[in-house]
Write a protein that binds this ligand. Structure first.
Ligand code: GDP
Ligand code: MG
Length: 737
């Protein structure tokens, strides 16, 4: 409906956008809004006084620079979609910081109405704000509201309708940026205006400012439009940057930010704010922060909280995980009993049901983790964690907010990279987020643990605990170094300055938590489901086809028939004679061996098997034989598969994850295996390509398959190089053998 009025809700994170949005649209939205970061936009419709209004809930941002995805999303929406009115939700209890964003809307010259939210909170802190005065000084309407209770919202909408009617004649606000910057601006403006460089989209002065702030997105657009002019403008920027560096040791960005704050301060000091309590009175939040971010107590509390989140995510979800596992194994059994043997049955069991199990099996974990993170985030604690960890992570080119994804992925002991990858959504800078995304799979997830336990148990049983601990340490070390490496190469770029201020603590509302959790979980199911099902069927086919040649199938069938006939014979011969028992159980063993030999032959002949055998020419440098290769190829489906595939490849029949003793003994006794081989395999399993569910999630989160493939190849090459080093060093030192 083209007549609909379009409005966008913008503002700092936690200013109350979503609360207002839900109040207007009755919480019926199409797209999810993750707690803290709203990367996708939420839209809804409602009617006000006969006008159909379309509302978009934009991501929360502190600024309109190009530092984070949210900022880009928000500003692109405003510039490209041109909403009739931008409703800027401002947290009245934090006016100064919130107005920083408002100030940029004014400079962008878009029609703005300021919704002065949380006046109840401000009032309880003794802050009174003169909204009319503020409106007069800023030159835009300001309406005080309480989004939570709906107070003032009617007035807000009347004002929005009025503003929409007069939106045509809005002029961008011009701030002064001090002598140097203003000088540069006056040199740049005529160039931009005369050549119409991007002026159909942005005000000329704004473009010039973005040049000075070195805004990548604008620079790129400008280059595409007029490369020569862009270079000239950049020369002016460089000149002024050098000058500022020499005279004051600052960058233009900082000068610009200072002047914006200066403008806000001067507005506020003209009788807009009246504070009842002044001076040394601390707000509750600050009091809590004295303890929670204390130099010594802070990290202790943080460790406890993160450990709590971890336990909550993985322990409390187990009964649901088990329940789902039961459902899927029941489905397996049912299909097994009701369908005739053949490829269809095998595909339904191993491809479809197990594949779906693979997707849905993660759902409880993801749900619990998102819930836990939503609590930490909505309450304001997550910002403190980021604040405390930022220094250390900064060193490795990551961000304080990277801690959570690492821990969820298995940084403590066991975990899962799938929720870990999704937890990177709390990171704002795209490059830091990508570096985190690509390195979390190095952690020891719950599926790698049984394999590590098996190998360590078989070859290093004397120091089991120590080796497990070392494996955890090695995972962290490798992940952090890899992050540093990525940030110095493919993901090179400045670290984000820690702009996120500490938001006040708040009690999260249960309804908000539940909605957030469900939206994110549902997205996982919807987005990952289809792709994963497809890949799962493909992997099943790889491990099944082309199957055995007919003559071999016949040979196995004939042998089976012979054994079965003997068994039958025994049954009919003996009535209740105890003597036949040993003979019978011998035959049973024979049958089992035959079955597992057939399974092994089939696996060897399958595509995965052929790949495994073909790979031997390369993998022998790391000491892997073809059986191990097949298991590693299978491990791409899910690391759990490694053990069962090893079992089949070493002809052990059906080896379940719980019953690995026989495989352990088998490997320990195998002439090909020794501690050096085990260590090389161990290292490879820890660091090679993430399982495909993780890969799919990386592709989804990174927004392109390019990164998913990068992750696969980068990790595999790295892991293989490491394994070769270990194996060759071992050989050289004469160990193992
Ligand atoms: P967003 O990040 O901008 O979407 O912010 P939310 O809408 O999620 O709000 C953040 C928190 O502030 C929530 O816990 C809300 O319940 C709370 N909140 C929003 N508006 C008000 C208000 O006017 N008064 C009070 N006291 N709390 C509010
Ligand atoms: Mg929100």
């Amino acid at each position: 409906m083209s007549a609909a009025l379009s409005i966008a809700l913008a503002g700092n994170p936690n200013a109350g956008k979503t609360t207002l949005f839900n109040r207007l649209t009755g919480a019926r939205q199409h797209v999810g809004n993750y707690p803290g970061v709203t990367v996708e936009k939420k839209e809804g419709f409602f009617t006000w006084k006969g006008h159909e209004i379309k509302v978009t809930d934009l991501p929360g941002t502190y600024s309109l620079s190009a530092y984070s995805v949210e900022e880009l999303v928000a500003r692109d929406f405003i510039v490209n979609e041109r909403p009739d009115v931008v409703v800027d939700i401002v947290d009245a209890s934090n006016l100064e910081r919130n107005l920083y964003l408002s100030c940029q809307f004014l400079e962008l010259g878009v029609p703005v109405v300021i919704a002065l939210n949380m006046i109840d909170v401000a009032r309880s802190r003794g802050i009174e704000i003169d909204a009319d005065k503020l409106a007069e000084l800023l030159g835009v309407p300001v309406v005080p509201i309480i989004a939570r209770s709906g107070k003032g919202v009617d007035k807000l909408f009347d004002t929005i309708l009025e503003t929409a009617g007069t939106a045509k004649n809005i002029h961008p606000v011009m701030l002064r940026y001090g002598f140097d910057i203003d000088q540069a601006l006056s040199e740049m403006l005529p160039l931009i205006e005369d050549n119409n460089l991007l002026t159909d989209q942005y005000p000329a002065r704004w473009i010039a400012l973005k040049f000075l702030e070195h805004d990548e997105q604008i620079l790129e657009k400008a280059r595409a439009a007029n490369a020569g002019l862009t270079d000239r403008l950049l020369q002016i920027c460089e000149k002024i940057t050098n000058h500022l560096q020499q005279t004051m040791e600052v960058y233009p960005e900082a000068v610009i930010a200072d002047h914006r704050y200066g403008y806000i301060k001067s507005v506020l000091h003209q009788g807009v704010i009246h504070e009842k309590f002044v001076g040394d009175r601390l707000y509750t939040s600050d009091k809590i922060d004295k303890i929670v971010t204390h130099r010594l107590l802070g990290p202790v509390i943080m460790a406890a909280v993160l450990y709590g989140l971890y336990t909550f995510t993985f322990n409390y979800s187990t009964s649901l995980v088990d329940l789902l596992a039961t459902v899927f194994s029941t489905a397996d059994t049912w299909v097994n009993a009701h369908l005739p043997d053949g490829p269809l049955k095998s595909m339904i069991i191993s491809g479809v049901i197990d594949g779906m199990g693979g997707v849905l099996g993660f759902v409880p974990i993801i749900m619990f983790m998102f819930f836990g993170i939503a609590v930490l985030e909505d309450s304001g604690y997550l910002a403190r964690v980021a604040f405390m960890m930022d220094r250390i992570f900064h060193f490795f080119g990551l961000h304080g907010s990277s801690v959570m994804p690492f821990i969820v992925s298995g940084g403590i002991s066991g975990g899962c990279a799938v929720p870990g990858v999704m937890a990177t959504r709390t990171l704002r800078s795209p490059k830091e987020r990508m570096a985190t995304l690509l390195t979390v799979p190095f952690m020891n997830c719950g599926a790698k643990l049984p394999v590590l336990t098996l190998l360590i148990g078989a070859f290093f049983s004397a120091h089991q605990a120590r080796y497990m601990f070392l494996a955890t340490m090695a995972a962290w070390l490798v992940a952090l170094i890899a992050a540093k490496f990525l940030r110095m190469t493919v993901l090179r770029g400045e670290s984000t300055p820690f702009v996120m201020e500490l938001p006040p603590y708040r009690f999260p509302t249960l309804r908000g938590l539940v909605i957030h959790t469900w939206e994110r979980t549902w997205q996982y199911i919807k987005k990952a489901g289809t792709v994963i099902l497809g890949i799962s069927i493909m992997l099943w086919a790889m491990m099944t086809y082309p199957g055995l040649p007919q003559d071999q199938v016949n040979t196995f069938a004939r042998q089976r028939q012979i054994i079965e006939q003997k068994l039958q014979q025994l049954k009919t011969d003996a009535t209740a004679d105890d003597n036949i028992r040993p003979a019978g159980s011998n035959l049973m063993v024979e049958l089992e061996t035959l079955n597992s030999n057939e399974a092994r032959a089939r696996l060897r002949n399958s595509l995965a098997g052929r790949i495994g055998i073909a790979l031997e020419s390369v993998s022998r440098y790391a000491g892997f034989d073809w059986q191990t290769n097949i298991a590693l190829v299978g491990g791409f489906a899910a690391k759990e598969v490694i053990i069962s595939t090893l079992g089949t490849a070493y002809s052990l029949g059906d080896v379940s994850t719980e019953n690995t003793t026989s495989l352990k003994e088998r490997l320990a006794g195998d002439p090909h295996w020794n501690p050096v081989v085990a260590l090389a395999v161990l290292a490879f399993i820890m660091f090679y390509a993430p399982c495909f569910v993780t890969i799919v999630c990386i592709a989804r989160e990174a927004g392109s398959w390019k990164w998913a493939f990068f992750s696969m190849t980068f990790n595999t090459i790295f892991a293989f190089a490491l394994a070769v080093c270990i194996y060759q060093t071992g050989l050289f030192l004469g160990l193992g053998g």
